[in-house]
Structure formats: C-alpha cells, structure tokens
Write a protein that binds this ligand. Structure first.
Ligand code: DMJ
Length: 641
C-alpha cells in the first residue's frame, strides 16, 4: 500500500488575518479573576488569624512534640531512632533542641514579614479606585489568555498529511448550473451574515427574533456551534473572509473547559468533525489543536462498566449520564456508533491510540452480542451490556451507526474489511425485515418495534438512499447494481414525500398506510427544520449516475427553502409543510449551513470538488480524507511519523 504523499501545509494556507471581529469579553476569565481578588483578601485575613494563633496560644514547643507531617517539612533531620511511644510523634533533645529553637525563631520572623507584606499589599489594593482594580484584573486576565494561547500553539507531532485532492474549484461548465451554484452560495452568505450580526458566538440563530438560540445538545455554554459547523462549507464555497472571521472566533473564544453537559454524539459530529475538516482543508493547526482538546474532554464519557459511552458528559467534571427518555438508562446506537471516523482521525493526527481503542472496543462488543433477527436494536445499556427495547431504525436513533460502518471501510482505503462485513450483514437484515414496497410502488424503510413493522419512514432515514449508492461498489456477491437501484428508489420515495406537500418540502416523517403514501398524518410530524438528508441522497445519486433528475429535484428543494424558509434575518424551519401559509419555528439549525447548503452546492459543482475516492463525509457532511493505513497501525507507529 502506498505511503500517503506529503503535501506542504503552507501551500494550502489562506492569507493571514487582517481584520478580526471585535474581541468578546472573556466573562468566565473575568469572573475567575474577580474571585481571585476576593480570595486574596480572605487569604490575608486567614494569615492574620494564623499569625495571632502562633503568638498567643501557649508555646507548644515547650512540650517538644512535633507531628510527623510537620517535621518532615520543617525539620528534616529529626532523629527518629529516639522514638516516641506514639507513632508519628518524636521527642527532641540536646543540640537538636537548640537548633530547633533557632529554626522556630527564623520561621516566626518569616511568617511575621510575609504577613506584614500581605497586609501592606491588601491596604494598597483597597486604596485603589474601582477602575485601577479593574485594569489590574484585565492585565492579569490578558496574561492568562496569553498563556493559554501559548499552550494552544504547542504543535502536535507531525504526521504525513493524506493526499488532499479537490479542495477548491468544482466550477461547472454549464452556465445554468453555474448560476444555480451561485444562488446556493448567496443563500449561504445570507445564513452566515445574519448569524454573524445577530447570533455571533451563540450556538444557533433565531432569525425572526434576531438573537442567539441553543438547545440542550450543546449544553449551557455558547460554543459557537454554527461557526464550527459552517466553516468548511464557507471554505469550499471560496468565502475566505468569512472563514477567517470564524477561525479568529475559534482561536479567541472556543473554550471547552466549561461546566456544561453536552451530547457526546452531537459535539463529536459537529465540532470534532468540523474542526478536523477545517484542519485538513485549510492546514491551520489551531483546528487540529481544538479538536484534540475537545476529544480529551469527551473521553470520560467512556468510563462505564462496558466502555459503551454515556450520551452526555459534563466537559468540566467528566461526569456522564444518559438521556432520561432512552429505554431504561440505555445509550443510543446512532450515538455511540457514530464516533469511529472522527476518533480514527484523532489517533492518526495525535499518534495516541486511545481514541482508536475506544471505538474499536465498541465495535468488538457489538460483534459479540446476539442480535434479534440479525438486526441491531437502537438501545444498549452501558451498565449491563444488554440491549434495551427491541426497536430498530434506519432513521432516528439508528441511522448513522450503519453509515459509519460503511464509511469506516471507505475511509480506511477499503482495508477495514471487518467494518464492511458488519455493514453488509446489517444491510441484508434491514432489507429483509424493514424495507418494503407500498401499494403505489414506493420503496420505503419502516421501523421495527417489538416484532412488528411500523410502516412509517422518517426524513432522517432518507439519507439511506445515498448510503446504499455509496456502498454499492464493493458489495457482496456483486450486488452493486441492486444497491444503486435501491438507493434510487429511496431517493424517489423521499422526493415524493416533498412533492406531496403544499410547500414542496418534506415532513419529519411520513406513513404508508392503506391509501396514505409518503404523507405525514399526525400534526406533530408535519414540520421541516431545514434538514439535509433528502438533498444528501440526491447528491450521492447524482455523483454515481449523473441522472439530471437529481439536480432538478435538488433545485426544487432549494427554491422551496428560498421561498418559504428565507426571512430577512436568515432561514427558519416551518411547522407544517401541508399548509400553504407557513408558520416559522424561528430556528436556523447549524446543520443547515454544515450540510443542507453544502450538499446543494456540491450538487451543482463538478465532480472534481471533493471527489468521493479521496474524501469521506462524516454524518454532519464534514469531509475527512481517506487514510492509506494498510502498512501502518493507528497507534502512533514511528514508521508513519
Ligand atoms: C445532522 O446533525 C446529522 O446528519 C445527524 O446524523 C442526524 N441528522 C442531523 C440533521 O438532520
């Protein structure tokens, strides 16, 4: 197997920063520093008390007794052989006694001097005006920030960068297609610019209220999820000023040492995946460093009796737990099963096998388990290692687990045969038990619930059309044609779910029940929140077939988003796709910029932009390069370094 070619990072760098955004106050640091000042005052009061106690309490030295701990520190040459009756207590005699008195006197003087100095300093501080104190705190804060930055800049060990092909360009020859691509870029600008104005630093944007938005998956902190998720799309579109703006925010503000409980899966796919893609595309070290810092914070989530990670982890304390709603304290298949790509890259880039071992442990454990009907249930208890409810889905709760089995194989330059086998086995069972054709001839993927097939397909499951197409090449017993066809059928069904609505946008899930086909029935399932899966499938099908219908369907979706989801402050989801007068949900999801607009842009680009034999997209559409690892290990083997 070939060793990956070395590509000079400098060749891929974009020009240095010129105009950064206004730097935001580092509230946490400021708070910490004010607390520090108060602590200083408390400390000096404490010293005063100790000092008083030292002078006014009876002279304990007369008793010639010293605790072992204290004497270890203060009097290193005590003769322990003269022993005491009580262990840990020693008596002092003769010349030692004199030496001890001198030592004690010296210490007393030192404490007196330190105390006076501390008092003087405290008095001086109190004489200062609020402004002066603030300025001092600010100076100290700057110092801390500088130190943190210096630490962050510490380079990680160099590794050969994989062959990065097709990170720019993709200009289509056709004029009409070029215009469509330009329009998608303009939509990205609109989404980004409004987030920049109204939501900067927040996780997401409320485009109608024109303010920041967040959900519990990101914890309680402002982690700039939209910035991290969107950057690689900006890069690919050639929006380099915006890219640098986001990079600067990440450099200055993205901090993972916060007391915040985040979803391990979500921050992995959006943050680690996004940062790694940014690193590979731009060559800027900061992205790699931030990705590794975050990954370290996720590791405590794996401290469970089985090594199956918790769904959530507190970034500061490392305490993990699962979602209250998940079957009897279970972890979720699509969550713990969607870490592989990012974690393999982390081990590759750091030379630290810890990440690789964590995800391989999950795989080995899953391989050993019995599976009802050869299907993987969505729930697994991380304490007992037993399945929870027997529900299986290619949509929510299961989806990207299957995707990552296939992509583990692709990302390993098709050498991870174990992953490919697990994918093939899983897909065969899914086809047998979950995939059906409706009376009207639409192929759909249902959900398995306790031995019964629910004839309902989620928008999330529509990604599977692209997955089947992507996995066609290399499938067992030469079934490539069959899987490409299956992918195309899923794409058609999902297109129907869009086409049968008033807004030409797809519902969250749709039924196949008697006369009802590809239509949502319950009100709670009629919303569209700017999700990407259907467009993602169009793009994969376009790449593999070049059938113009996929570009046409993608354009229909883009126009519908533009017409019904665009508002002056960005893009919003809609609550009912069957109502011709849409009500907005007032959320611009970060995946709209990471995925939906990226897949649309790629759909109207030529195939040489991010070619699929060199890049594998994580489940949040962040492209990661194929690693040619056949002759190496992932454990930091010096041969690769
Ligand atoms: C994205 O965050 C990812 O694609 C994930 O795998 C599931 N779906 C959302 C967007 O719909």
């Amino acid at each position: 197997m070939t060793t990956p070619a070395l590509l000079p990072l400098s060749g891929r760098r974009i020009p240095p920063l010129n105009l950064g955004p206004p730097s935001f106050p580092h509230h946490r640091a400021t708070l910490r520093l004010s607390e520090k000042f108060i602590l200083l005052l408390i400390l000096s009061a404490f010293i005063t008390l100790c000092f008083g106690a030292f002078f006014f309490l009876p002279d304990s030295s007369k008793h010639k007794r010293f605790d072992l701990g204290l004497e270890d520190v203060l009097i290193p040459h005590v003769d322990a052989s003269k022993g005491a009756k009580n262990p840990g207590v020693f008596l002092i005699h003769g010349p030692d006694e004199h030496r001890h008195r001198e030592e004690e006197e010296r210490l007393r003087n030192k404490i007196r001097a330190d105390h006076e100095k501390a008092l003087e300093e405290a008095k001086e501080k109190l004489k200062k005006s609020r402004e002066e104190i603030r300025a001092e705190i600010q100076t100290e804060k700057n110092k801390v920030v500088q130190e943190m930055k210096a630490k962050e800049k510490k380079p990680l060990p160099p590794v050969p960068i994989p062959n990065l092909i097709g990170i720019n360009g993709g200009d289509p020859e056709d004029n009409d297609i070029r215009k469509k691509r330009e329009k998608i870029k303009e939509m990205m600008k609109h989404a980004w610019d409004n987030y920049r104005i109204y939501g900067w630093g927040h996780n997401e944007l409320r485009p109608i209220a024109r303010k920041g938005h967040s959900t519990n998956i990101f914890g309680s902190s402002q982690m700039g999820a939209t910035i991290v998720d969107a950057l690689d799309t900006l890069y690919i579109m050639g929006l380099h000023d915006e890219f640098r703006d986001g990079q600067k925010w990440i450099e200055d503000n993205l901090d993972f040492s916060v007391n915040s409980e985040v979803s391990v899966f979500e921050v992995n796919i959006r943050f680690i995946g996004g940062l790694l893609a940014d690193y590979y595309l731009s060559g800027e070290e900061i992205f790699k460093i931030k990705a590794v810092q975050l990954a370290e914070k996720l590791l405590p989530a794996f401290n469970t009796p089985t090594g199956i990670p918790w769904a959530m982890v507190n970034l500061k304390s490392g305490v993990g737990r699962n979602w209250g709603w998940a079957s009897a304290g279970s972890s979720i298949l699509a969550e713990f099963g969607t870490l592989h790509m990012e974690f393999v890259h982390l081990s590759y880039l750091t030379g630290d096998p810890v990440y690789y071992k964590k995800v391989m442990h999950i795989r080995k454990l899953l391989q050993k388990m019995d599976r009802p009907n050869c299907l993987y249930p969505n729930y697994l208890n991380p304490r007992t290692g037993r399945w929870g409810q027997y529900h299986t889905s290619v949509g929510g709760l299961g989806d990207s687990f299957y995707e990552y089995l296939l992509k583990a194989w692709l990302m390993s330059d098709k050498t991870d045969h174990e992953a490919r086998k697990m994918y093939d086995d899983a897909i065969e069972a899914i086809e047998k038990h979950l995939i059906k054709k409706s009376r009207g001839g639409l192929t759909f993927i249902g959900e398995w619930k306790n031995g019964h097939l629910e004839k309902k397909m989620g928008h999330l499951a529509c990604f599977a059309g692209g997955m089947f197409a992507l996995g066609a090449d290399g499938s067992r017993t030469d079934k490539a044609g069959h899987y490409l066809e299956l992918g195309a059928e899923i794409a058609r069904t999902c297109h129907e779910s869009y086409d049968r609505t008033a807004l030409k946008l797809g519902p969250e899930s749709f039924k196949f029940d008697g006369a009802v086909e590809a239509v949502a029935v319950r009100q709670a399932e009629k919303y569209y929140i700017l999700r990407p899966e259907v467009i993602e499938t169009y793009w994969y099908l376009w790449r593999f077939t070049h059938d113009p219908r996929y570009r046409q369907w993608g354009w229909e979706a883009a126009l519908a988003i533009e017409k019904y989801c665009r508002v002056s402050g960005g893009f919003s989801g809609v609550k009912d796709v069957y109502s011709s007068t849409p009500t907005h949900d007032d959320v611009q999801q970060s995946f709209f910029l990471a995925e939906t607009l990226k897949y649309l842009y790629l759909l109207f680009s030529s195939d040489d932009l991010l070619p699929l034999d060199h890049w594998v997209f994580n489940t949040e559409a962040h492209p990661l390069p194929v690693l040619h690892l056949a002759n190496t290990t992932l454990s930091g083997n010096p041969a690769v370094r």
